[in-house]
Design a protein around this ligand. Structure first.
Ligand code: TYD
Ligand code: MG
Length: 460
């Protein structure tokens, strides 16, 4: 019998400790150490010496990576152009957000001409079948199984050699020779390792579903993210129907891309024109609303910024922000006060980006600042105006990236005017007709003037 010993692993950062502690020395989290039993490593003098093989980088031959199309172009784009053969993809998200639905839906296309094994530790085969029927999934090469034994799944991968394996979810899988309960840190880590080895050795693509813990990370340590090739997060407000898929890590593509889906009664459908979706239902004639063109990866997306500026009843006015960085909001308020003379001291300020969208690029500054200005002065900003620009601490507008794509997207979505930083104008092609009037502003005050001028035009 091999000798065993106990170690304590932090469930947040994965640091191993020889003794239990109330607090993790590495990341400082409290009460996160879990006990794990590991085999003692014993030195064996008679074992053959390990050798390292080296290759010259120019001499390494590689076949073109094979990518499977999932039948959902939104997912393919986030993956970097399709599911890479032999890769391990972790899909995280809150319970009920649609992870199982998404993965079952892509089986339709993945399993035509290939074999796909869908293993669920959460649902019975009948339940999977019922769901598949509802989603209209019926492919020749799709096999389902209800199982929680990690070894059994790896054995099936070896003997049946499916092209794709879907594990729903990693928290339900367990290795029988590890004593911890399924979902515990050690089980999750060891099972992921086992799937990784099987995926690489057999060249099988594996999707792992991972539940998200209360802090928003995938339950289990960060180490999980180090093991796998790609980490995707499925986000969205459960009350709203749309869902956004983001890559947090991708060894085979960019992490800037997002995929947008809508949950319908027949499963998830792709939203290929998210701007139209996000702009629908926009109220007219209300102050405090601006439209921004944000870049999500290589894709421009129009988003609506709403600001509510209301007289405060508190000693310290409230600043609340949803979808926009709170500290950035405070900076913008300070810049507005200092550089343009508008005072928000006696007002509560609420910022909301519609659609549950999270915007974290500097180009959104101008839209937020103008929404605040509009809300404070109760001046309505025309519905046909889009704005983008970064604001410096001096109140100046700084150039933004991808100006051409943003302007084109605004024109495509039917906007007539856009306000951009003056310094971005030179990047616009003089010869191209963008089909939209472009106004350059050097600072916030000039942007206000442009707003007034275009509002005057409208009245005539
Ligand atoms: P599910 O994929 O089971 O979530 P997860 O695997 O991430 O926990 O999604 C469940 C939710 O999706 C459930 O609240 C109902 C909704 N749903 C639909 O609206 N339409 C559908 O066709 C399906 C299958 C689910
Ligand atoms: Mg599920």
């Amino acid at each position: 019998m091999p000798k065993t010993r106990s170690v304590f692993i932090c469930s947040v950062c994965g640091q191993e400790h020889p003794k239990w502690n109330g607090r993790c020395n590495a990341c400082g989290s409290w009460n996160t150490l879990e006990e794990a039993v590991v085999e003692k490593r014993t030195g064996n003098a008679s074992a053959p010496k390990a050798t390292l093989t080296m290759s010259k980088i120019s001499g390494v031959d590689f076949p073109d990576e094979t990518r499977y199309k999932t039948g959902m172009s939104e997912l393919d784009r986030v993956l970097g152009g399709g599911l890479v053969k032999g890769s391990l993809v972790l899909l995280g998200g809150d319970p009920g957000i649609g992870k199982s639905t998404l993965l079952l839906q892509i089986c339709s296309s993945l399993a035509s001409g290939r074999t796909v094994l869908y293993v669920s530790g959460e649902e019975s085969e009948r339940q999977i079948k019922l769901r598949a029927d509802r989603l209209g999934v019926d492919a020749e090469g799709l096999y389902i199984s209800s199982c929680t034994d990690c070894d059994a799944v790896c054995e099936a991968m070896r003997s049946e050699k499916p092209d794709v394996v879907i594990i729903d979810s990693i928290q339900t899988m367990a290795l029988t020779d590890i004593q911890s309960a399924p979902g515990s840190l050690v089980q999750v880590r060891e099972c992921t390792g086992a799937f990784m080895r099987a995926a690489k050795a057999l060249d099988i693509s594996v999707f792992l579903v991972g539940h998200v813990n209360k802090d928003g990370g995938i339950a289990g340590p960060k180490v999980l993210e180090h093991i796998v090739d790609t980490v995707l997060y499925f986000e969205g407000d459960k009350q709203l129907s749309y869902r956004i898929l983001r890559a947090a890590k991708n060894r085979f593509g960019s992490t800037n891309e997002i995929g947008v889906f809508e949950m319908r009664d027949k499963g998830l459908s792709e939203v290929t024109n998210p701007s139209a979706m996000l702009l629908s239902g926009r109220p007219a004639g209300i102050s405090g609303i601006t439209i921004l063109c944000a870049m999500e990866g290589s894709r421009p997306i129009m988003a609506e910024v709403q600001a509510l500026v209301a007289k405060t009843g508190f000693a310290a006015p409230r600043r609340v922000s949803a979808g926009f960085d709170y500290n950035r909001l405070c900076v913008l308020l300070a810049v507005l006060e200092k550089r343009t003379g508008y005072s928000f001291g006696g007002y509560d300020v609420y910022i909301n980006i519609i659609g549950g969208l999270k915007i974290d690029e500097p180009a959104s500054d101008l839209a937020v600042a103008l929404a605040l200005y509009s809300g404070l002065c109760d001046k309505v900003i025309g519905e046909d105006i889009a704005v983008f620009g970064e604001i410096g601490l001096g109140g100046e507008l700084r150039a933004v990236s991808h100006i051409r794509q943003r302007v084109r997207e605004a024109a495509r979505m039917g906007f007539d005017k856009c306000i951009v930083p003056k310094s971005s104008l030179k990047e616009l092609d003089k010869s191209e007709d963008y089909g939209i009037a472009i106004y350059g502003a050097a600072n916030l005050k000039q942007a206000f003037k442009v707003l007034e001028a275009v509002a005057g035009e409208k009245k005539e």
